[in-house]
Unconditional design. Structure first.
Length: 288
């Protein structure tokens, strides 16, 4: 037994850690098939399993509105933060300019700052400037602000390990800078950009603290769940949360499949380049 633990101890530890992280998600999925709780503290499956709430997942209009708002907000903030963060990462990795080190430090600060501090600071800025009324616009600005840092960090890590000789080879073969960026740089950096976009989407749709400060009259999915928790969370919340999780898993699976497919194609292309041609026959010796 001790010898087995020594050989497989790391795998057992990793499995327990993963199970610890996934148990809450499994509980939500299980309770999406349960009966309506009698009160806000009753989460038992005494009534048995039912598909009623999956059949009527969009029955509560207020929940639907908040869910659509969160999806819309996460989509717009992901597109903006991914575009801006990718360009910032390219600038920080590829170019030397005054204030580059300070910029690298400032990029990390929003990630290290507590959300309650960011939320209060953004609220003070919006109230003092009086440019926008609290609502969807202020939420979008806030979500883009804290998502950019994560995008920059993810894309920058991808660019640091990028082999610049590939771009130089494309330039030697006559490709313009635009063609090199489109056909060489972007395909190789795309997995990192896609991973950064998925992370930004998850952070945006999950955010509660910053949204609570800057939402005004706009209600997102986390804010709705917090509000109804005072009187009992409807089962449809578990259903929509499970749907969102399955959608995220499908997106991650697609990314992993695309990465493996790209790796296989690159390996095949490398093998084709190194396959030796026919060996020329040795010259016949004179007099032979």
């Amino acid at each position: 037994m001790i010898a087995w633990l020594r050989r497989n101890g790391l795998m057992v530890y990793a499995g327990l850690a993963v199970a610890y992280m996934l148990i809450p998600i499994v509980v939500i999925a299980v309770f999406s098939f349960g009966e309506t709780p009698k009160d806000k503290l009753n989460f038992t499956l005494g009534g048995g399993f039912t598909l009623e709430y999956w059949q009527h997942a969009f029955k509560i209009e207020e929940l639907n509105d908040s869910f659509r708002t969160s999806i819309k907000l996460a989509t717009f903030s992901t597109l903006i933060s991914t575009a801006v963060g990718t360009l910032m990462a390219i600038a920080l990795v590829r170019y030397q300019f005054r204030g580059r080190r300070l910029s690298n430090l400032l990029i990390v600060l929003p990630m290290a700052t507590p959300e309650i501090v960011l939320g209060a600071a953004l609220l003070s800025m919006f109230v003092n400037l009086s440019v926008f009324d609290l609502g969807f616009q202020t939420l979008l600005i806030a979500h883009v602000m804290f998502s950019i840092s994560f995008v920059v960090v993810v894309v920058r890590s991808r660019l640091i390990g990028f082999d610049r000789r590939i771009e130089e080879a494309a330039a030697d073969l006559g490709a313009t800078p635009v063609q090199t960026f489109r056909y060489v740089t972007m395909p190789l950096v795309a997995p990192g950009i896609l991973a950064a976009a998925l992370l930004a989407f998850a952070l945006s749709i999950d955010d509660f603290v910053i949204s609570n400060f800057n939402s005004g009259g706009t209600v997102t999915f986390p804010l709705y769940v917090y509000g109804v928790a005072l009187r009992g969370i409807p089962v449809q919340v578990n259903v929509l949360a499970t749907m969102l999780f399955l959608l995220t898993v499908a997106a991650i699976g697609l990314v992993l499949w695309q990465q493996r497919r790209a790796e296989r194609l690159a390996a095949v292309a490398a093998e084709e380049k190194v396959v030796p041609g026919p060996v020329p026959a040795a010259p016949t010796p004179l007099g032979g």
